[in-house]
Design a protein around this ligand. Structure first.
Ligand code: AMP
Ligand code: GLY
Length: 415
């Protein structure tokens, strides 16, 4: 069959890689794709927001399965549109995707279906939010309600920090419409886990777990980013811990959305804090995590296209996962997640089947940076320690004049 991947980042590059490996797949198309995935996919220059052209393209190329990578087109109703056109698509409709699109909606769902999460309140008026912060005290977490590319969250260790974050969101409108409301959340202590599942209505097929490193600098310091590296498996947690999270979080979320009349089809991602009182949800995403996809998909041994079509047909697939470990490190533009200069040359990039491009373009045969997170290199090995060693060895081949990366990805598993 022919498949189409919508999106242009590292996650979509990993999807193209997984489809290229799938025996049932004839052609992999990516819209718009990126310059790194040309070995895996034929890229077509259609924006992920251009519904009209995407539908026309899928029809013209007899695409039998489309996977939508990023959240923005999902929240614009791209999956709904494909369905209306009778095109098979793996990704939630606009209504179900709101579990990611609005943090206060996600909180309502969690409350209604008894999904464990931190206590919270949401506000749109600064004065009320300020009074709440003063009552609760620090540490406390301030989140812009809408989409902010992973940057709308401040974990405030002091009241002053919390108030400054409130000001930025509600007074300075740093996140525009996404920050019309803030969710103020209880600070949760524990270790984080990213747990994703293939979901179709009530059916929940968990993937292997991963851990992301959200902070910009080593030792989990510095500002939050979209993610600076990830690895899978996460040996700090047992299969029992993971099963508990599926049972308490992913399954009730999927069933809850069915009851809400917004059944979810696609990847449901739970960002969890594994607290002493069990797993608690930090966030839901309506898609593969980035960079989690780049370390989880390389462990998938099943044919991804077959797996997804079985699921869409209502048959519960049983994916086979490699016992090997995968660890991936992101290289980002110097200055990210703050402002950074674009179009700076990257003279050398490492070579690997698991090198995934994000904010990088080829201009006149030279690579230049075009985004914050530029690329991610994963390696797969018998152990996490070995995978880490191999990745960092290969990262030496990267020209880092204009880039930086963390040198401690996986430290919580390997210390
Ligand atoms: P989010 O975008 O909601 O995933 O938040 C980004 C990061 O902020 C998370 O990965 C956590 O590291 C941190 N974070 C978010 N919410 C909380 C919380 N309630 N308690 C502690 N840390 C949090
Ligand atoms: N890595 C976190 C996310 O994709 O939102």
């Amino acid at each position: 069959m022919n498949v189409l991947v919508v999106g242009a980042g590292g996650r979509e590059h990993a999807l193209a890689y997984a489809f290229a490996k799938s025996a049932s797949v004839d052609r992999v198309y990516a819209a718009p794709g990126n310059d790194g995935m040309v070995n895996y996919a034929e890229c077509v220059n259609i924006a992920e927001t251009d519904q009209e052209s995407l539908v026309a393209f899928a029809k013209e190329k007899a695409v039998e399965l489309t996977v939508i990578g990023p959240e923005a087109p999902l929240l614009q109703g791209l999956a709904d549109r494909f369905e209306q056109e009778g095109l098979r698509v793996f990704g939630p409709g606009e209504k179900a995707a709101m579990i990611e699109g609005s943090k206060s909606y996600a909180k309502e769902i969690m409350e209604r279906y008894h999904i464990p999460t931190g206590a919270y309140a949401s506000f749109s008026a600064y004065e009320e939010a300020e009074a709440y912060v003063r009552r609760q005290g620090a540490p406390i977490v301030i989140k812009a309600d809408g989409l902010a590319a992973g940057k709308g969250v401040t974990v405030a260790m002091t009241e002053a920090e919390a108030l400054q974050a409130l000001e930025e969101v509600l007074k300075d409108h740093k996140f525009g419409k996404a920050g019309a409301e803030v969710v103020i959340e209880e600070f949760l202590e524990g270790e984080e886990l990213s747990l994703m599942a293939f979901v179709h209505g009530e059916m929940v097929v968990p993937m292997v777990a991963a851990q992301d490193h959200k902070r910009a600098y080593n030792n989990d310091e510095g500002p939050n980013t979209g993610g600076m590296g990830a690895y899978s498996p996460v040996p700090q947690f047992t299969q029992k811990d993971i099963d508990e999270a599926v049972e308490k979080v992913l399954q009730p979320a999927a069933s809850g959305l069915v009851q809400e009349g917004a059944p979810f089809t696609g990847v449901l991602y739970a960002g969890l804090m594994m607290t002493s009182a069990g797993p608690k949800v930090i966030e839901f995403n309506a898609r593969f995590g980035d960079p989690e996809a780049q370390v989880v998909l390389p462990r998938l041994e099943s044919d991804l296209a077959e797996l997804l079509t079985a699921l869409l047909d209502g048959e519960k697939p049983e994916p086979v996962w490699s016992e090997e470990a995968v660890l991936g490190v992101v290289a980002a533009s110097k200055g990210y997640p703050g402002s950074y200069e674009k179009n700076l040359p990257i003279a050398r990039v490492p070579e690997s089947p698991l090198l995934f491009f994000a904010g990088v373009e080829k201009k006149d045969d030279v690579y230049v940076n075009s985004g914050g997170r530029v690329l991610l290199l994963s390696e797969k090995a018998a152990t996490l320690g070995e995978a880490k060693k191999q990745v960092y060895e290969k990262m030496k081949e990267l020209d880092t004049n204009n880039l930086f990366y963390r040198t401690d990805i996986g430290f919580r598993a390997l210390q």
